[in-house]
Write a protein that binds this ligand. Structure first.
Ligand code: AR6
Length: 169
């Protein structure tokens, strides 16, 4: 059984086995939660991301997929980078967003992570509507078959927290 916790706050302050990053396919950093994770985690994370790009991920990480690196100076063992879909009003990309959660949990299982913190993937720069994103995230985690014992959604602001709380209850 996986317990789902909701926290309002900064994901870079969480103490968990793995912190999930809402990255982009370049894996080379960006703004939002990605920028915050690299800032607080220090250069070791970017260094490992560069190695991934030089190796298996020469074309970058595809939308809906996930890959792990060290967590650098963060209070975690790993950062799991995943690429959410950019919201589109004309195309249903919910499957790709669900895949981010599923794939991140699959990588967490491979690593042996038991506690995993997720941000609200795609709800910032990628403009996914919060209510839709919360439903997709909560349902994907509930449906996942995983050995992860705790999934902690870390929501940056009150609106995101309320959207996830509404879906959970
Ligand atoms: N802790 C928790 N949540 C946060 C934090 C934080 N420190 N900072 C922001 N959020 P976004 P995306 C929330 O834009 O939409 C980057 O440039 C934020 O309020 O970080 O998936 C990447 O490199 C929002 O609810 O990610 C990509 O290019 C959520 O995290 C692109 O943005 C996601 O917002 C990815 O866009």
């Amino acid at each position: 059984m996986t317990t789902i916790e909701l926290v309002q706050g900064d994901i870079t302050r969480q103490r968990v086995d793995a912190i999930v990053n809402a990255a982009n396919s370049s894996l080379l950093g960006g703004g939002g939660v990605d920028g915050a994770i690299h800032r607080r985690g220090g250069p070791a994370i970017l260094e490992e991301c560069r190695k991934l790009r030089a190796g298996h991920y020469g074309k970058g990480l595809a939308t809906g997929r996930a890959v792990a690196t060290t967590a650098g100076d963060l209070d975690a063992r790993w950062v799991i980078h995943t690429v959410g879909p950019v919201f589109s009003a004309s195309e249903d990309r919910s499957g790709l967003l669900a895949s981010c959660y599923r794939e991140s949990l699959r990588i967490a299982d491979e690593l042996g992570a038991r506690t995993v913190a997720f941000p609200a993937i795609s709800t910032g720069v990628y403009r996914y509507p919060l209510e839709d994103a919360a439903r997709i995230a909560v349902d994907a985690v509930r449906a996942a078959r995983t050995d992860v014992e705790e999934v902690r959604f870390v929501l940056f602001d009150e609106r995101a927290h309320a959207a996830f709380a509404a879906r959970l209850s």
